[in-house]
Design a protein around this ligand. Structure first.
Ligand code: AQP
Length: 334
């Protein structure tokens, strides 16, 4: 079987949450145990500055995101863990690829539209070309598979378009590998606990909308207790979930953490009231998140260790990425 090169990243923008864990990080950990996988996981701080960041807070969030990787089970002796800004090839690669990408392709990106909001004129140029930086991240490591949440699927398609255009324009078939997204079929999008129309997100001003990976047991318990439900009874089957996004989300979280089908969860709680289900949901979330939360605070007390992990990982990443940039430069005629 051919080797899988896995690459993915998480922005150090604080408040890492259960959506990041279920949609991405849990999968990162699973992939590193597969024999045919070489995994590279990046703290994408260059992506983070596409929106305004407080410099001191950004420094702390870089360490915290690395701590989340380690506490969740990503092992630096098996996977490369590194910080994007420590590897200059990402910025250099982005410039070159931005001369390959087309304006029309970027104009279709829905995440820019969502994040820029109504006043697009005031959004940073970096936010607009964010998907090109993401393409550079992936293509510099010859990634074949990219584990992401469903929200990143469109950016992956753009990465494939850029890779294909470069290979065709310069007649270098197979120079850039065409990466595939690894999106879990189910539970790929965890929604806000307060309004299931929106995804669970770090930047939601309401802390009650998300379970942070640093939350205490009491905080988790209280947030789930107050999570929005409706006045109807517990669903009798999967069809009953239609037009009940809040219930679908909570049942999805439970099923994902228990690694079981939605129908099994429904069968277990059918006929019971929501408070009973929420109690059990709290238990399951606490069982998964509390050990991570405790390990994060332990790791954060030894900043030197976290910085060393990033330094070692960045050296390994630099060796791969700078070699690829060197080849790109030769191809384009520098
Ligand atoms: N709600 C979610 N459900 C499932 N997966 C999610 N991801 C994010 N939110 C959810 C996945 O987590 C990975 C890391 O995301 P990111 O930090 O790079 O940025 P993001 O997608 O912009 O995350 P947020 O939480 O929504 O941050 P803000 O609020 O700053 O925009 C990605 O693989 C993502 O798919």
């Amino acid at each position: 079987m051919s080797q899988k090169n896995i690459f993915s990243g998480v922005q150090p923008t604080g408040n890492l949450h259960l959506g990041n864990y279920i949609g991405a990080i849990k999968n990162f950990v699973k992939l590193q145990s597969e024999n045919d996988s070489k995994c590279i996981y990046c703290v994408v701080d260059l992506h983070a500055i596409t929106t305004k960041q407080d410099p001191q807070k950004l420094k702390e969030n870089i360490l915290e995101t690395t701590a989340v990787f380690l506490a969740s089970g990503i092992d630096p002796s098996k996977s490369i863990i590194f910080n994007q800004s420590m590897v200059p090839a990402h910025s250099e690669g982005t410039w070159i690829l931005s001369c390959i990408a087309r304006m029309g392709w970027l104009n279709r990106m829905t995440q820019f539209k969502e994040k820029a909001g109504k006043d697009k004129e005031k959004a940073s140029v970096g936010l607009y070309i964010y998907p090109i930086l993401m393409a550079a991240d992936i293509l510099l490591y010859d990634a074949t598979h990219v584990p992401v949440g469903e929200d990143q699927k469109q950016h992956l398609e753009l990465t494939r378009d850029i890779a294909q255009k470069f290979n065709t324009d310069f007649k270098v078939q197979d120079f850039f590998k065409i990466p595939d997204p690894l999106i879990q079929e189910k539970f790929s999008r965890i929604m806000s606990l307060k309004d299931a129309k929106n995804k669970m997100s770090k930047s939601d001003p309401s802390d009650a909308s998300r379970i942070n990976l640093t939350d205490t047991e009491d905080q988790i318990h209280n947030k789930i207790k107050k999570a929005k439900t409706d006045t109807k009874s517990f669903p009798a089957n999967e069809k009953d979930l239609n037009k009940r996004p809040e219930i679908q989300n909570l049942i999805g979280i439970y099923s994902s953490l228990k690694s079981q089908k939605i129908s099994d969860t429904i069968n277990r709680f059918q006929g019971k009231n929501f408070s009973n289900f929420k109690e059990k949901l709290s238990e399951v979330v606490i069982e998964h998140i509390s050990p991570i939360s405790k390990e994060i605070s332990k790791l954060k007390s030894d900043k030197g260790h976290i910085l060393q992990v990033l330094k070692d990982g960045s050296e390994k990443a630099e060796a791969i990425a700078s070699e690829k940039v060197k080849k790109i430069k030769e191809i384009i005629g520098f």
